[in-house]
Ligand binder design. Sequence first.
Ligand code: PMP
Length: 442
Amino acid sequence: MRNSHDVGAAASTAGSEELRARHAQVMPAWLTLYYDEPIELVRGEGTRVWDSAGREYLDFFAGILTTISGHAVPELTQVLHGQADRLNHTSSAYLIRPMIELAERMAELAPIDPPVKAFFTPSGSEAIDAALLFVTTLRQSNEVVALRNSYHGRSFAAMSITGQRGWSASSLSPFQVSYTPEPYCFRCPFGLKYPSCDVACAEDLRNVLETTTSGRPAALIAEPIQGVGGIVTPPPEYFKIVKSILDDFEVPLISDEVQTGFGRTGDSFWGIEGYGVRPDAIVVAKGLGNGLAIGGVVAKAELVDSLRANHISTFGGSPLTSSYAAANVDFIVDNDLQGNARRIGRLLWDGLKPLEERTAIVGELRGKGLMLGIELVDPADGRTPNAAAAATVMERARERGLLIGKGGRYGNVLRVTPPLTVSEDDAGRAIEILTAVIGEQQ
Ligand code: PMP
């Protein structure tokens, strides 16, 4: 039999080496894989996954912060099976009850002044596109302000507001984009130190607006914590200052909550709420579907309703994905996964923080809740990005049964982002493994 779907999901007999060779033959050259010997994950349960050789891992990357409630959660798979047995797809030409219910739920939860509406898509990138379409249409402006070191997705529009050359495969842009400095204290773009810097990176937005825009751009878009950029976590005042400058110019704020949403940052349900600011729109994906392909824009109704042409997403908010996403959002809220992110996030923080002092290779631990980053540096100067060490730590952690991620524009930031259902024991084990493998790099 040729295809694994013929023989059942976990029954692949092909070794991962053979699969890797086939990957090289038919998949794009730039679709890079983690690890010297890439692994094929074939099964998951809660915070654990298994590869095709039967090895078990603690999953502390969660499919790039996506399986937020964990793998194969019985309450959720039950909803999925039930809906799959009834009806997968109808299109938005018909009333879709679960999509409407999901939109109502999102409108309730969003940190946005009502009335609020939602539009669903099959990915984060498309949701970003939709948000940008709404603001540029309402404001009749093609100017967008984004942050340096940002990541917003793979479409032309999303790439054009992505502030990292490593993730911008094309310079083509539907927008006139201005970049404002990133709030990256460890590598301050102005060479200053917080707090004596007076948050100059936030204040510089006024200059960006005055000197590089017409003064009336469509919006500013920002991730509350830059994920792909290396868990770059702004100082507490950052977004308040940004918002007050935006208010002076009457510019809307879009919060890209694709990574920071649904309680991941622990202290608040939305990343931007942790900064005491209310945006005009949020973009969601990843955790919303716990692995199913769904994203969305949740925004002030006037933004969503601004289009004067027909517009659809064939798959966006299908019965299958929206019923599952709605169940997943209920699961997150009912089980207070945000509270767990706060509690276990604190344990991880306390367990990993001593590495900053103890090991010269750790430049900084940063992040919030269960969105943590460990920036690795050259021990000789405590600053030069150490991508080689990050790659080695990833390998060694995997050998000991822990999967983590990597990011940062120099590829030197470890990303520790487990499902929000992670237990104290899981956290303890991850601390033990990371302490050992980082310690070995001295
Ligand atoms: N925004 C952010 C902050 C992201 O991290 C990502 C994905 N890494 C996206 C948007 C794009 O989402 P997708 O990959 O689902 O298109």
